[in-house]
Design a binder for this molecule. Structure first.
Ligand code: C2O
Length: 356
């Protein structure tokens, strides 16, 4: 059976270390809609009526784009003053927490959308509504999120626009090494490496080749293990969720166990923990590129296509849109990003020629 959308009647406290580790409670349930009964199914508007949202590479945007994006994010932060508004910046970050830190109980099991085949479709729908909310706040229906182009040497560092202290897309809870243009190691889960920048970039292209081509010749290897209704969470990750998706989170967040500004001890905030990742605006930029890899992978050929298992296609999530309307969405309605009204500005993919 397909995974059901969570019923908010069964949302309760989350756990910062879910699913393992000492239990540290956290609350992140969304505001309740007026009626919990029969939340309708969302279908993207027909193609002809769609504004074309083209997501740009984050390192290549102009000043005008940066200004719009900052304005939209600060307006979203302002909405946090009303804790019943599901469009607020913290509310949106809490969406990730609720789906990933065990707040929802479905069919007697705690939900976790990571480490399974729900990873790609969940994040696609999540960004879809987040992007629409940002666009509506600046009355720009074509506004599109940027993508962190870490699969290209020019994008293998924190995109500079996110490193402007005081701006609405800055986050103080990052590892200091993300500043000053340090090159990211896409294969590292926290261990330090002593390679030159050139070696790191070359290794990164090799990682990309492996995860997109060698290790992901068929759907389940790319998407992750089956996770039908009533089964245990975290059955197993797909190639890209493992590397580079997870290393980018760990590299950006604070060092585990270090002291945070407010004197708490770090659980990897913000990017390095599910419950807090959405509090760093670069999260949505990182996931833009993860989502772009889904499109790229299908273009490589062979058996690289979407899954056809109904338990996947009919799995559901729950989100609020830019008008605070609650919707249920299905995996089958997010397989083609163009049909959803957005696409990615093309960038070369040099990893395709990096056979190890
Ligand atoms: Cu939902 Cu990148 O984590």
């Amino acid at each position: 059976h397909p995974m059901r959308a969570p019923d908010l009647k069964f949302c309760s406290r989350a756990e910062i270390n879910f699913p393992k580790g000492p239990d540290v409670p956290y609350s992140c349930c969304p505001p309740r809609p007026d009626s919990l009964n029969n939340i309708p199914y969302y279908e993207p508007p027909p193609m002809t009526k769609l504004p074309a949202r083209v997501r740009p590479a984050a390192h290549a945007v102009d000043e005008e784009y940066i200004a719009k994006y900052n304005l939209a994010t600060s307006l979203m932060r302002d909405l946090d003053k009303d804790p019943t508004d599901p469009r607020g910046f913290k509310q949106q970050a809490n969406v990730h927490c609720a789906y990933c830190n065990g707040a929802y109980l479905i069919d007697g099991k705690k939900l976790q959308v990571h480490q399974s085949w729900l990873f790609f479709p969940f994040h696609r729908w999540y960004l879809y509504f987040y992007e629409r909310i940002l666009g509506s706040l600046i009355e720009c229906p074509t506004f599109a999120l940027p993508y962190w182009n870490w699969d290209h040497p020019k994008g293998m560092r924190l995109p500079p626009m996110f490193d402007v202290p005081g701006s609405s897309i800055y986050d103080t809870r990052r590892n200091p090494h993300v500043r000053c243009g340090t090159i990211i190691d896409l294969g590292s889960f926290g261990e330090e490496t002593k390679s030159t920048e050139l070696q790191t970039m070359t290794n990164n292209l090799t990682h990309m080749y492996r995860q997109m081509i060698t290790n992901a010749p068929c759907p389940l290897l790319f998407f992750g293990k089956p996770y039908p209704l009533g089964t245990d969470p975290s059955p197993g990750m797909g190639t890209i969720e493992n590397i580079p998706h997870t290393p980018v989170h760990i590299w950006t967040g604070t060092v585990l166990g270090s002291k945070l500004e407010n004197c708490d001890t770090s659980f990897g905030e913000d990017m390095g923990n599910f419950y807090s990742a959405g509090l760093d605006p670069v999260f949505y930029c990182h996931h833009g590129n993860v989502d772009r890899m889904w499109n790229e992978w299908k273009q490589i050929g062979g058996k690289r296509r979407d899954l056809i298992d109904k338990d996947w296609l009919d799995s559901e999530f729950f989100f609020y849109d830019e008008n605070r309307t609650p919707w249920r969405v299905k995996v089958r309605d997010c397989l083609d990003s163009k049909k959803m009204g957005y696409d990615y500005a093309p960038m070369p993919t040099p990893w395709r020629n990096f056979k190890p």
